[in-house]
Design a protein around this ligand. Structure first.
Ligand SMILES: Nc1ncnc2c1ncn2[C@@H]1O[C@H](COP(=O)(O)OP(=O)(O)O)[C@@H](O)[C@H]1O
Ligand SMILES: [Mg+2]
Length: 502
């Protein structure tokens, strides 16, 4: 929309209309010299102010005498920091909630878009669809929508601020990510979209520009404006999406299910591997023809180190018929994790996809939801240790506890064997459960090569209530088992003594 405003500045009189609509209740802070283009713009800040009373213009020294761009200093109660990006119908700003100090992203739809004679109805529906998801989807890999406001002088959506730009950056041939990292990202997208699908939401506009990155390499899916939701009160808009990523079913406008997103994510996977789109076309008609009729090439044609199994995954995700495409997100994710496992078996770092799948299989984490497991993943440290490594020493002060993911460990006290623990067992938890400083009363050492998950007590204390609740449940179940075992042993011991003494 700001592009529209900027263009309007070039056109002289029309700008007044668009800026006047933007102006109520807010001043304007023009920035971003990079957007300067020559044209019939106001020639000075004074001229700009004369044209737009109440607006404030900054004229870039380098681009003088042209006014550069205009952004509001406030939207509702939120103080605008900078523009982050823009899509077809909106501008997205970084902003601060002055009451909580929380940094947010605000997607702002200008009133002109909503009132547009040709497309206004469609834009209103996009806004309502996205706004209707406020508070509904809560997943670590989906940008959370906090609030939505519809007002005459501007409608906007307040959401989680994501600080690392979009995946578009890595969809270019000169800036490709290593294959394991691509698999990791797409795996997380599968899990997030599976969660959305299970909540009745099909995204319909999956593409690199709608997948955000955090600074620590996590992903957040955003822009659910085009989504199909099972709770939608209004009829769904058709004919939206980005043709290069649209499934054959979407371009043919037949009934869609979650497999349309599987197709689009297949295109994203292709693009992240090769830096190009599977179908090259000069216009949308020819593109749509290819989407419906042409087999996509194998990614290894453009990147020879793509393994054959990965070519097969892309082909299955992008299959034209839903019958031959991945039927579920789980299967897509499972295949990605397998290729990943093969590629990463030599690497020291344990990838998130492997960690997630490991956690899912451990009995200790059985009752945890996927969302809670991703949180566990963030608060844990994973280690691979050789046989005989000592993890816990008697007499030392402990601040963390462990869950064994692979292998076996022995628990000893003063050199005497107390127990052998296998995958899924938890140990060292007394350090967490007793609130005071805890001195370990037994030692634990690896009996084979092991993978162990370390959870620092202080990290767990800062985790969400749900996550802590699940841990408490797991500890309780474990302590009950141990108590039962201790009782059995005690009664056996007493029985033996009675036999001996009687
Ligand atoms: N939560 C966010 N945090 C940071 N940047 C964002 C966020 N949401 C969107 N953006 C940026 O704004 C751009 C447009 O946002 P998007 O929601 O995709 O709008 P549109 O519906 O107009 O495509 C994105 O490509 C991204 O660069
Ligand atoms: Mg978008």
């Amino acid at each position: 929309m700001l592009r529209a405003a900027t263009a309007a500045i070039c056109m002289g009189r029309r700008i007044r209309a668009s800026l006047m609509l933007v102006t109520p209740g807010c001043t304007h802070r023009p920035v971003d010299p990079a957007r300067a283009t020559a044209g019939n713009w106001p020639r000075s800040a004074a001229q700009f102010r004369a044209w737009h009373p109440g607006a404030c213009a900054i004229v870039s020294a380098s681009a003088f005498p042209y006014v550069i761009a205009v952004i509001p200093s406030k939207i509702g109660k939120y103080e605008i920091v900078r523009e982050l990006g823009r899509g077809a119908t909106s501008a997205v700003f970084e902003a601060v909630d002055p009451f909580t100090g929380r940094r947010v992203a605000i997607k702002w739809v200008l009133p002109e878009a909503l009132r547009d004679r040709d497309h206004g109805k469609r834009y209103r529906k996009l806004f309502i669809t996205e706004a209707s998801l406020a508070g509904k989807l809560s997943h670590p890999h989906i940008a959370t929508i906090y609030d939505a406001v519809a007002e005459d002088d501007g409608s906007y959506i307040v959401m989680e601020y994501v600080d690392g730009g979009t995946l578009e950056r890595y969809a270019r041939v000169d800036n490709l990510l290593p294959i394991p990292q691509v698999l990791e990202i797409v795996f997380k997208c599968c899990k997030a979209l599976d969660y959305a699908a299970k909540h009745g939401v099909i995204h319909r506009d999956i593409k690199p520009a709608n997948i955000l990155l955090t600074k620590d390499n996590q992903i957040k899916i955003t822009d659910f404006g085009a989504a199909l939701t099972d709770s939608a009160q209004t009829t769904q808009v058709s004919g939206i999406g980005s043709p290069a990523y649209m499934s054959p079913q979407q371009v043919k406008e037949v009934t869609l299910n979650h497999q349309t997103d599987i197709y689009s994510l297949g295109v994203v996977l292709f693009q992240l591997l090769t830096g190009r789109l599977p179908f090259q076309a000069n216009n949308n008609y020819s593109l749509i023809y290819h989407v419906i009729n042409t087999e996509p090439p194998a990614p290894s044609r453009y990147r020879p180190d793509v393994p054959a199994e990965l070519d097969a995954i892309v082909a299955r995700a992008m299959h034209k018929t839903t019958a031959a495409r991945y039927p579920t997100w789980e299967e897509f994710a499972f295949d990605l994790a397998n290729v990943f496992g093969n590629l990463a078996s030599r690497a020291e770092v344990i990838p998130d996809s492997e960690k997630f799948n490991t956690l899912r299989q451990l009995e200790f984490f059985g009752p945890f939801s996927d969302v809670e497991l991703w949180e566990v993943l963030r608060i844990t440290h994973w280690h691979r240790f050789q046989k005989d490594t000592v993890l816990i020493r008697e007499g030392e002060v402990g601040t963390s506890f462990f869950v064994l993911a692979h292998g076996e460990v022995k628990v000893t006290k003063q050199g005497r064997l107390l127990n052998v623990l296998r995958a899924g067992a938890c140990f060292g938890e007394m350090a967490h459960l007793t609130k005071r400083q805890f001195v370990r009363n037994a030692s634990v050492a690896a009996l084979s090569q092991i993978t162990v998950i370390e959870i620092k007590s202080e990290r767990l204390q800062q985790a969400s209530e749900n996550c802590r609740h699940q841990f408490n449940g797991a500890f309780l179940a474990m302590l009950v088992d141990r108590l039962a075992l201790a009782n059995t042993r005690l009664s056996q011991l007493l029985a033996e003594r009675n036999l001996v003494t009687s």
